[in-house]
Design a protein around this ligand. Sequence first.
Ligand code: DON
Length: 309
Amino acid sequence: MLCQSSEELQALVEEAKKCTIYGKVADYIPALGKANRDDLSIAIHYPDGSCISAGNIEKKISLQSISKVISLALVLMDHGPDYVFERVGMEPTGDPFNSIAKLETMAVAKPLNPMINAGALVVTHMIKGDSIEERFGRLLTFVQQLTDDPDVSYCQEVASSELETADLNRALSFFIKQHGIINEDVEQLLDLYTKQCAIEMNCLDLARIGVVFAMDGKDPVTGKQLMPEEVARICKTFMVTCGMYNASGEFAIKIGIPAKSGVSGGIMGAVPERFGIGIFGPALDDKGNSIAGIKLLELLSKNYKLTLV
Ligand code: DON
């Protein structure tokens, strides 16, 4: 077991919270700008179903880029790895998450990986279904299975707020459409993508998803295999190589676990065979990752030797 109790975890939260003053809440999606910079909460979910937590864990946050891991798992199940990786690559970029730079300089305009926005848009494009409603419904059902919570839904306000301001993602989508990587209506794709990013849940649900990935795609509580082991392995590998964007190398050295962040301040961690982690801390660093969330993971990793290598 990690911390012996939620009290022990609370002490680490208090320590990590000190650095929220150096962070900034994301406001390029206006609805996210309402978050409280000083919030920090964490839940850790163990395979035996027990959970420890600290902070205001009832607060719901939108998944934002954390959803990219889940949509990737779904399309890998929909199409298989060969089809998916013909359309999106496997390499880290070292660039910011919304950068267009590499698309222009690569011989083929295929996005380098599914965790940057360009790659995630290609992944969302691959979600099977005859309409946006059906495709989003399939994704949401999968999230509800992962959390074992049929009430998980999305925040309409956050989705609309992003849709209205997503011109950079529009530009990325038009670019990859022009190069034949996607072939659907860009506005429809953005509607689906912004709803995906606006799926919301609390830290407990996030930690529950983490433990499913940690246990190779099997929900250890219900015993259901929610995705093939190979799909969970691919997703965890992307979390290690690209999960924290252009901070993934430093994160791997300092913390060393598969994790995925989002601009709402969420981090989902999956410590293989051990537990899942859900964090919410909306103050972000200059790379778009939760500043106090990373500090908290650093403290946990140091204290409890979480690094994989
Ligand atoms: O596409 C966007 O800009 C957001 N919906 C998600 C970006 C994000 O979470 C990047 N994370 N650090």
